[in-house]
Design a protein around this ligand. Sequence first.
Ligand code: 3HC
Length: 713
Amino acid sequence: MDQLVNLTTHDGVAVIVINNPPVNALSPGVPEGLVAALDAAEKDPSADAIVIIGGGRTFIAGADIKELELAAAGRGSGPPEFHGILARIENTAKPVVMAIHGTALGGGNEVAMAGHYRVAVPDAQIGQPEVNLGIIPGAEGTQRLPRLVGVAAAVDLCVSGKPIRAPEALKLGLIDRVIEGDLLKGAVHFAREIAKEGAPLRKTSELSEKLGSEWVDASIYVAGRDQARRTRRNMLAPLKVVDAIEAAATLPFEEGCKKEREIFVECIQSDQARALIHAFFAERAVAKIPDIPKDMPVYNIREAAIIGAGTMGGGIAMACANAGIPVLLKEVEQAALDRGMATIRRNYENSVKKGRFSQEVMDQRMALIHPQLTYEGFERADLILEAAFESMDLKKRIFGELDKIAKLDCVLATNTSTLDIDEIASVTGIPRMVIGLHFFSPANVMRLVEIVRGKATSKPVVATALALAKKLGKVGVVVGNCRGFVGNRMMLPYMREAQLLVEEGATPEQVDRALYNFGMAMGIFAVDDMGGIDLAYRVRQEYKHLEKPGMRMPLVLEKLFHMGRYGQKTGAGWYRYDENRKPIPDPEVHAIIEKTAHEAGIPRRHISDDEIIERCIYIMINEGAKILEEGYALRAADIDVIYLTGYGFPGYRGGPMWYADTVGLKRVRDRIREFRAQHGEWWEPAPLLDKLADQGQTFAAWDAAHEHEMAVA
Ligand code: 3HC
């Protein structure tokens, strides 16, 4: 038997095991192996039934996304086609029972649904997450799923892409039994029962009771498309998947499958699918650091301590508690500590109210967070993370104190978003233990952590930070120690350009609308108002010395600051805010902008949405190219991951650097040259961008070429 698929017999049941680590994807060879095993099992007179199970940690986690990547790029032998194997499973003359543990996702669930029966362990996860890759289920999932769970549940599962656990799958009719204890044993037992009872070989493709009727289902499709537009803004696949499910309910099975195939092929050839598949692999590549092998020993973080119970410290404490790590949370004053703990409690209470977890879980998490005013217990901590006010003097003082308290193998982290890690580390006797862990607000929710590697940071400490990020359910991206690191360094010119645009003739709401329509989670002025104009102003003061001669600096922000318009917190900033914190365009701001422009002699003109996108996004790309060339990011794809997971960049555009590739680097560079001529030196194209544009290259190709010679500066 093929190594990817093995066949054995247990108690009169043929057991087919799929062994394609790490996740038993349906790579070439697996479907063929399955067919061969089914042929043999069917012929075996000693087997009355067949169980298909995954070897290792999981059932089948889906089609092989590497194959999909090739198909999306128009290479390889075209989009994978599973019709033959699914029909073969369904038409098997003996009962086929699918035994699920780990994840049955995408093509995995589609294979499972072709079986006659399905059983699963309680924590198995089952779902159709294809929309996350910009595609729809392409192995008859949109046709079989509604036949098993009904049209409404199928629409929800496919549009949301969210997996469900076995007990819910049982309720929906997606599986037939939850097996407590040993899955193989339970599945074999179940298969024997089925064979003994002579239960029918239930073919999902022939079921129709749950398909409803055209007029009842119509409102489900409308609601599904609304859900798609609301939760997956601007995306093609989530809308299209509803069309495919509609075909299941209105067409015979075979024709529905044809329709699904057409849509699947259309989606996989889209820019959105290419971008999202890039994002999938990029998110996994960030953990691969060339000089840090996978087996590098890491420090075990059993207990953490955090300094500062403000927004960041509190959020990080929650992230630790959510992952089961006990945390000491220190503040300097009782009032601040009480405020911090009250916020944590309120956040947890909201989650309980929304049904995200139970009161019991909340109590367990609260019990893991120990508020305190002293360093008591810090000598035990495996990780101490400083999340104090952004001031170098303060941070140096704290690290000086920590140097005396922390045990020698304690990882010392700072959550600074801008300050020099090496300077902070210099006050300790163990700079190799010092690292930046830049979380994003709200830290219990946002997935990104920039892991800032200082000059002296040791490799095991970097490996520990990566492992910790994974344990916290976050994406850790290793970056070098430059001003603003990667994310904020690119954010500054983006913000500056947006502000210059309003002084030249746009309005904050026009800029925000254009960025939002481009796909950004929020417009930049709304972001500014949320973060606080006082904060933006302070950052600006701190960066003043970096301003280059000839660089035009926007003027309005300072005026808003001096007027006390700090944003949402004062009810007014770039916008006015009502009691629901809804931003309302403010004529007063328009007047200030116009007056400022007039006084500064800036001619006002009509500004198109295209110009807004080009100026804001291209300046960011240009900075990204500099960061890459200077070695502060390992890969262009790392920059993409930072922007996708921490800055609300739309996934279906793949991140700023991927987006630049899709526009074409020559076109981006040429436009940047035009902006250079119109506006000034700060638009000088980054040398790397210039070079790649001349060579007709892409950032993705640059990544591939530099795979083996990367080191963070
Ligand atoms: N194809 C190819 N490789 C895959 C894969 C897949 N479906 N799923 C995971 N991998 C790879 C990852 O790239 C990673 O490789 P690496 O070690 O070289 O970086 C390795 O498997 C482990 O993956 P994770 O690091 O993500 O492991 P986790 O344990 O954190 O998560 C998982 C496991 C939940 C299965 C997660 O990998 C996942 O969500 N995978 C994608 C599932 C999915 O989207 N399936 C649908 C595919 S599309 C499809 O089936 C189309 C069909 O309708 C025709």
